[in-house]
Design a binder for this molecule. Structure first.
Ligand code: PHE
Length: 456
């Protein structure tokens, strides 16, 4: 595991499940249904679909191509193609690294919830208070985060085919089956039909400029774009596989899961009198347990739901850690074992600090000042980690990937690689135009809106 030989996916299906595993995460399960509910149901679904095809696909293909062409980690890949763009790789790795610090903390919470259901404990009738008390209780959330970090690190340590691919091949199909079971339960509840109508019938009056921004930002986060994960995952793919086809299949998988999650979550919320919350965390840990409490057999559906959430989070956190580990092991020549120990340890320490910043006696952590549109805001270390990388760095990363491929490395060279070994390049003409113009401009607009320069 530690020698110079790079890992490679054992097969294309393994790659697809691993990449889809990265893409399908906490964002799909509750954030997507929330956005759909807020922005006109079916109208949002149409816009989201359009954005995934028009912008998600070209950016994903650009990232996969950079990775497979160079067979390197993200920094190595950019450096090889054009030294001046090495910083784009560095930014991507930094973004994934920071996101994983809080992502695994949330992952730890999902384990706590599963255990709560499995042991038959309940939430004391007040899921809001239960959640607030738990995350601010200091030691407990730290221990659960630790478990999640160790699980993530272990899978990454087992390697590309032996760890990530194997784990994804088990967890992704299981996730899909669990999601369908919960969606069927949700859609057959008395009163569910109102939720289904709300979800599917388009209400175009709710569409504003903000809808497009929200859909774009969600598509990027959901497809794990803009932080080099798809560069890294693409770098382990054999040259004979068709990148253009894969760049359509992975987003399709991700979108089907997100849309099914809408059926799992919204009708059940409607039937039990809840509304989806704006925050992913609030929906997952406060509202969904509240929903299950009102249904028969909360223990069964709560347990199944949190197993599903754990799988979704774990296949994403391994991709986040792998991006950094690939860099550290290859560029610092440490080998996989030492790289996992180092990256895992630093992420765990930062994750623990982030967790502690949510409460207990450690409120002194809430000192981090951040510049917001309206001035300076004080935030906890947890919010700092969770709000900045995805809103700021991710769009810059994705935009630079497009600018790099469209204007510097060159569409012709990218195209030549995509078509190598006789592979058919689906949607070639569109892809060229999108990478050069549509995607970078669209992403620049999200970026401006993310930093509050424009407001819709
Ligand atoms: N795509 C994951 C989700 O939807 C989150 C994620 C983002 C994972 C970036 C890896 C990289 O939750």
């Amino acid at each position: 595991m530690d020698n110079q030989k790079r890992g490679q996916w054992a097969g294309n299906i393994g790659f697809i499940l691993a990449a889809a595993g990265s893409a399908v995460g906490l964002g799909n399960l509750v954030k997507f249904p929330y956005l759909a509910a807020k922005h006109g149901g079916g109208a949002f679904l149409l816009i989201y679909l359009l954005i995934v095809v028009l912008i998600g696909f070209p950016v994903m293909l650009a990232e996969l191509t950079i990775g497979r062409k160079t067979n390197k980690n993200e920094i190595g890949a950019f450096r090889q193609l054009n030294k001046k763009f090495t910083w784009v790789g560095a930014l991507g790795i930094l973004t994934g690294f920071l996101i994983n610090c809080y992502y695994c903390v949330i992952g730890g919470w999902t384990i706590k919830y599963l255990i709560t259901y499995v042991t038959g404990a309940n939430f004391g009738g007040d899921t809001d208070a239960f959640f607030g008390n738990f995350i601010s209780s200091g030691l407990q959330p730290v221990l659960f985060a630790l478990v999640f970090f160790v699980a993530t690190g272990f899978i990454v340590w087992k390697g590309v085919a032996g760890g990530i691919e194997k784990a994804s091949k088990f967890m992704m199909p299981a996730l899909a089956i669990l999601l369908v079971i919960i969606a069927i339960r949700s859609c057959t509840l008395p009163g569910a039909i109102e939720g289904i109508k709300y979800y599917l019938i388009p209400d175009f009056s709710k569409i504003t400029g903000g809808t497009f921004i929200a859909a774009l930002a969600q598509a990027f986060f959901s497809l794990s774009l803009g932080m080099g994960i798809m560069v890294t995952y693409g770098s382990y793919l054999s040259n004979k596989e068709n990148l253009a086809k894969n760049a359509l299949i992975v987003p399709a998988f991700d979108t089907i899961i997100a849309m099914t999650a809408g059926f799992a979550v919204l009708p059940a919320m409607f039937a039990t009198g809840y509304e989806p919350a704006a925050s992913t965390v609030g929906s997952l840990f406060v509202i969904m347990p509240g929903v299950f409490d009102k249904l028969p057999l909360p223990f069964v559906f709560g347990s199944l739901f949190f197993i599903l959430v754990i799988f979704a989070a774990l296949t994403s956190s391994i991709s986040l850690m792998e991006g950094t580990v690939a860099y550290v092991s290859e560029e610092w020549k440490l080998g996989r074992t030492k790289a996992v120990l180092l990256v895992g340890a630093v992420e765990t320490v930062l994750g623990i600090l982030a967790s502690l910043s949510l409460g207990g006696n450690i409120n002194w952590m809430n000192w981090l000042p951040t510049v917001q549109a309206g001035g300076i805001k004080m935030m906890s270390f947890f919010d700092f980690l969770s709000e900045n990388p995805d809103k700021l760095f991710m769009p810059i990363g994705a935009m630079m990937v497009c600018i790099f491929v469209g204007w510097f490395w060159g569409l012709d060279k990218a195209e030549e690689h995509i078509e190598s070994e006789g592979n058919k390049f689906i949607l070639k003409g569109y892809w060229r135009f999108a990478v050069k113009w549509i995607a970078p401009i669209a992403i620049f607009i999200i970026f401006l809106s993310g930093i509050g320069v424009i407001n819709f």
